[in-house]
Write a protein that binds this ligand. Structure first.
Ligand code: AVI
Length: 314
């Protein structure tokens, strides 16, 4: 049985997104709300699942090619990571490139401080300069890296969780943050056999289902809601037209519930759309990067071509 949840002070943005999303003709809640403390723990578990190939494929690609990546990066580069760098991937790159400074950018100050501490312990000679900010916006980098060539790092295929327009906005913001002439190392998930994709997002152990359903538990705990969670099931659907896996929460019977005093009714079979995970073909990734002012200069992929790391130049 799950531990009882302690009532938390509601984030007004969470409440606004949930109320608007549940009232919309196509019900949807933005994916960022999947990542509360429990959701982040479940995502960590997902990355270790046998069916979830992205994390281990990208890590292996980094391990196998980090020397070549380092050779293509300027020897006095500063690495700027979009995300807190709490994964195993960052040390692989830092060991190979030996940058002059490492700047992790993250919206969560707590995550940032924790991962900065552990990287300082592992790389005592490396200046670690965390910046607490939303990397969807252009960011002023620390003055101490002025003049150093910049290598951006955006692993994890997180770009895939954005629709093309948002992804291009982010890539443009990254270009503005890093500056003309800088480089970007980015992980992107490839289009592949639909059964492989479906299994990765609907694993046999039910961890991804728990990750998705956790959103409903979170709404109940934080937004004074009474959603009958047992009346919902996790669905992972391949949308071929839009080249993406979609996560949905499907009502298995007619339900009526309230959230912060507003009543909602859903018919059996209706869904709440909770996440997109876009997959890219060889040309798609180049087109996306090009649309934001980045030219691809090198791509590394695994033998099955399931995942790519691309090096692009602004
Ligand atoms: C964080 N992001 C890259 C994951 C993905 O694969 O799109 C999130 C995820 N959702 C379900 N499983 C993993």
């Amino acid at each position: 049985m799950d531990a009882p949840r302690v009532a938390l002070a509601a984030d007004p943005a969470f409440r606004a997104d949930v109320l608007a999303g549940l009232a919309a003709p196509i019900r949807a809640v933005p994916a960022r709300w999947l990542y509360d403390h429990r959701g982040s723990q479940l995502f960590e578990e997902i990355t270790r699942l046998p069916e979830y190939y992205p994390t281990r494929t990208e890590t292996a690609l980094l391990e196998a090619n980090s020397a070549e990546m380092a050779a293509l990066a300027a020897s006095d580069a500063a690495i700027v990571e979009f995300g807190s760098g709490s994964s195993a991937k960052t040390p692989i790159l830092l060991r190979a490139v030996r940058p002059r400074a490492y700047v992790p950018i993250d919206i969560s100050g707590d995550f940032l401080r924790e991962s900065a501490e552990s990287l300082r312990a592992e790389f005592p000679d490396l200046p670690v300069l965390p910046v607490e900010a939303n990397f969807m916006d252009p960011i002023a980098l620390p003055g101490s890296i002025a003049g150093l060539p910049r290598l951006g790092f955006f692993p994890g295929s997180t770009i895939g969780n954005m629709v093309a327009r948002t992804a291009v906005d982010l890539l443009r913001a990254m270009k503005d943050t890093l500056g003309e002439g800088s480089r970007l190392l980015i992980g992107m998930d490839r289009i592949k056999d639909v059964e492989v994709l479906r299994a990765a997002y609907d694993d046999a152990a039910g961890v991804t289902a728990a990750f998705n359903l956790n959103l409903l538990h979170r709404i109940n705990a934080e937004l004074d809601a009474d959603i009958p969670v047992d009346a919902f099931r996790h669905r992972a659907i391949w949308n071929d037209d839009l080249s993406r896996i979609e996560m949905h929460l499907e009502a298995t019977r007619d339900v009526v519930f309230s959230v912060s005093g507003t009543t909602f009714a859903m018919r059996a079979g209706e869904t709440i759309h909770t996440e997109n995970s876009h997959k890219y073909g060889h040309r798609d990734s180049r087109l996306l990067l090009r649309a934001a002012g980045w030219g691809v200069i090198r791509e590394w992929t695994d033998p099955k071509q399931w995942f790519s790391i691309l090096l692009a130049e602004a």
